[in-house]
Design a protein around this ligand. Sequence first.
Ligand code: M6R
Length: 619
Amino acid sequence: MCGIVAYLGRKAAQPILIEGLKRLEYRGYDSAGIALLEGGRLAVCKTKGRISELESILNPPNEAQTIGIGHTRWATHGAPNDVNAHPHVDYTGKIALVHNGIIENYATLKTWLSEQGVPFVSDTDTEVVANLIGYFYENGDKRSDKEPENRFEWAVQRALHEVYGTYGLAIMCTDYPEMLIGAKKGSPLILGVGQNEYVLASDASAIVQHTEQAMYLSDNEMVTVYPKSFHTKTTDNVLVSRELGEIEFSLDQIELDGFQHYMLKEICEQPARLEKCFSGRVDVRGGRVVLGGLATYSRQLTQTKRIILTGCGTAWHAALVGEFLVEQLARINAETEYASEFRYRNPVIEEGTVVIAISQSGETADTLAAIEMAKERGATVLGVVNVVGSSIARNTDAGVYLRVGPEIGVASTKAFTAQVGVVTMLAIELARRRHLGSDQASAMLKELLLIPEKIRHILSQSDEIKKVAEANVDRENWLFLGRGVNYPVALEGALKLKEISYIHAEGLPAAEMKHGPIALITKGMPVVFIATQCSQYEKVLGNVEEVRARGGKTIIVATEGDEEIKKHADHLITVPQTIDHLQPMLTVVPLQLMAYHAAVLRGHDVDKPRNLAKSVTVE
Ligand code: M6R
């Protein structure tokens, strides 16, 4: 979604802002802009379109402009155009700000401000915040005779008290040319602290080039930054002391490293990332899994009668795999909920219920809201999160990190396999503690550690998978079918294809096809089956034949060495043998590659698909 970067230091701000905005491009955006402050004057430049378009209309950088704010906008209120792009300047011309999030009461505030004679030029909710700060800045505190110590900071606090909704804000004021203010509620905001220079951003990837020292703001906090110091307060003006932490990844992890796209890089990274995810956690000989982050809750987890897994999109698919494994292996009642639905229900949560929230970014608004709701009802909430220090990581009772490094491609790939890896480890450990023999646990864990090498083998077939994509890429409707633990993989395969190649695809449990979707099958329609050798293999073969009988073209992901399946497949892709429960980490990989190749063949911008944002921080 929207991205924020702001700079205050000794260097020219413009190139730093532009470079930072490029690092944030992956989050998804439709317009971009920057504002610089020099000698009490604001210079704003913004446009619909890509950062390259913004660069083409910028003046050459000026060494005297060492403070500035920048933004990539993903439109919510108001069409993507030049006027609605950020930064927004208030009606007095003194305040400039950029905003991530949604101001829910913007209409009421806009009406009130308009009645006070404040003019508006855009359709955005953000301009309301700029004008509200400007209004309080200009009119001061009518309830007190005393001039606030810092009028700019006071006006920001005063305005934020009127605002309902979510925000990450970076704000400048022409009367305070050496001061930058950031404020956060529900949208991430991080202050990078360098040698007398500061980068305030919504995402650590815009900071890491300048410094690894950073401070993550909490909700209802603001930071006021000066050239050589900063302080943090609540929006109620209470000073907060915060330690600096280290950004957990390095610049080279967010470079393309010779790959054409981040998505392909991240698909190919999966073996190494999974090895890291398992490292130090899997004790094959002892048949145990050690997830240090969950230690305090291990007894509750073992004894719980109910586990609810939640997330959105790909994370929800991983949760669905988790449901299957927790139920099958640990024999605990497990269910999966879309976070966006769960948050608005009034679920029955019994004492001892454990909710597991899964998220790559740790910033997904719906997942965060579901966590809050579950906590209010007394659940213990655990997180399975990739981004260290993210809001979900901080708002859950405990959790497990994925350890896959930054995921830049909008289409989630390595996060999915690691999410599945984590829920698999958890399910095996819970099973061992409840009833599974340690020999059986040991055998499963031994097999788990072979998964990365098996993925390497699948990756070596990328060219053949590309040919399958080539042969079918002109078809506008695809089906993805799987059963059991491979049903979520079918959903994930369909999601990957549609989000980057814009082909319509549906994932279904294979047996459901007969209850309606079979009507869609026409001659040549690609139908992808996950038909690996597993307990439901014969059943899936039956479904394959039903499709063939109606002229559908079968693309089958099967187990290596399966001779029988060849007779049923128009295109065959094989994956190495593994036990049923571990198959999703293998069967998803060819589907990721197929979606990637299809999107490239159709000429799409794989890493920045239309309308999508990497992390959905608004509802
Ligand atoms: O950061 P999260 O894992 O919470 O994100 C959840 C979804 O928005 C995300 O998985 C989305 O579905 C991806 N674009 C899928 O590739």
